[in-house]
Write a protein that binds this ligand. Structure first.
Ligand SMILES: C[S@@+](CC[C@H](N)C(=O)[O-])C[C@H]1O[C@@H](n2cnc3c(N)ncnc32)[C@H](O)[C@@H]1O
Length: 225
């Protein structure tokens, strides 16, 4: 059901984009129309911008031209089209819904969230996870898809990650990753697919990917939050 073209033509948000690897792969190889990557860590966003610019420059010099500098740049996709890619340093949990210049709510047709939930859980606990999912719901167009790869509960116990403050937050967690699906369904998402973890590769990275959709026909929602 989820083929290689499942993001083709879509406006995509990549939450926790890190150095931009997934955002740029989606722009280059999956035919997205527009990609915005956000990460709370400014230094990672700077690295993502450099990675994008290196791609733009290599394709511009291959084409014998140069591209104007701007906050958004178009990356050439393997299908022959192009995709505008923007990276933003911001906390998704605090980011505004309405954006200048139009101040209209900024909506996406697909939102990706790979390996981010554990870090939000560590810092903000269950309230942070609930806020994350509600914000994703609000930022999706009706019919939009949410692609989630949560880390498993067993990985929360790795001691090297745990400061005393995080340990305390983890001790208060009631909504473990196994319960995320039920919460997502309770706020209005519908389950579309579950992609089984790969059989090969490092054990810690063999995680299942869940795909949810926001139902196409919904009552108008209030815009706050
Ligand atoms: C383990 S990395 C995953 C990177 C990438 N998504 C991937 O799967 O390869 C988690 C990223 O989430 C970012 N992050 C954590 N909390 C965030 C938040 N509240 N808003 C935006 N990004 C966040 C971290 O800075 C980090 O770059």
């Amino acid at each position: 059901e989820l083929g290689k073209d499942c993001l083709a033509g879509l406006k995509v948000l990549d939450i926790g984009c890190n150095t931009g690897e997934i955002s740029l792969a989606v722009a280059r190889h999956l035919g997205a129309r527009r990609v915005i990557g956000c990460d709370i860590d400014e230094s990672l966003v700077e690295a993502a911008i450099s990675n994008r610019d290196a791609l733009v420059e290599s394709s511009a010099s291959a084409a014998g031209g140069s591209k104007a500098s701007s906050a958004s740049k178009s990356v050439t996709s393997t299908g022959g089209g192009s995709c505008k890619v923007t990276f933003r340093a911001e906390d998704f949990l605090e980011s505004p819904l309405q954006r200048p210049p139009s101040d209209e709510p900024e909506l996406f047709e697909a939102i990706l969230c790979f390996s981010v939930t554990k870090w939000i859980h560590f810092v903000k606990g269950d309230a942070g996870i609930r806020k994350l999912f509600k914000r994703v719901f609000k930022r999706l167009t009706p019919g939009g898809i949410f692609v989630l790869e949560p880390q498993e509960w067993s990985s929360y116990k790795k001691k090297r990650h745990l400061s005393p403050a995080i340990r305390q937050t983890v001790a208060g967690i009631e909504m473990r990753p196994e319960a995320f699906d039920d919460f997502l369904l309770s706020i209005g998402f519908e389950r579309k697919a579950t992609i089984a973890p790969p059989a090969e590769g490092p054990q810690g990275f063999r995680r299942s990917i869940r795909v949810f959709t926001k139902p196409a026909a919904l009552q108008a929602e209030p815009l706050s939050g």
